[in-house]
Write a protein that binds this ligand. Structure first.
Ligand SMILES: [Zn+2]
Length: 79
């Protein structure tokens, strides 16, 4: 199961999604966002972390359009 972390980007104030894996109660997240437009070092902080896909979808729907479209659409794609 994948773990999702949403981070807010400096300057643009746009949110991007980072994918990772669950490990015990915590999770990992990649260095780059799903859309590859944001690096971890550009983060203002985590909006949420270690969410499941379903939970992440709901939360992103609440936040609305400040979340990056590329990152959001990834959650609706089944591999
Ligand atoms: Zn993005």
């Amino acid at each position: 199961m994948k773990a999702y972390t949403l981070k807010r980007r400096k300057n643009t104030e746009e949110y991007h999604l980072f994918e990772g894996d669950f490990s015990q109660e915590l999770c990992t997240s990649k260095k780059e966002s799903i859309c590859k437009k944001m690096d971890k070092s550009e983060s203002l902080g985590n909006t949420f972390m270690c969410y499941t896909e379903d939970k992440a979808r709901k939360r992103i729907a609440e936040i609305g359009r400040s979340v990056c479209g590329v990152c959001t659409s990834h959650l609706y794609t089944t591999f």
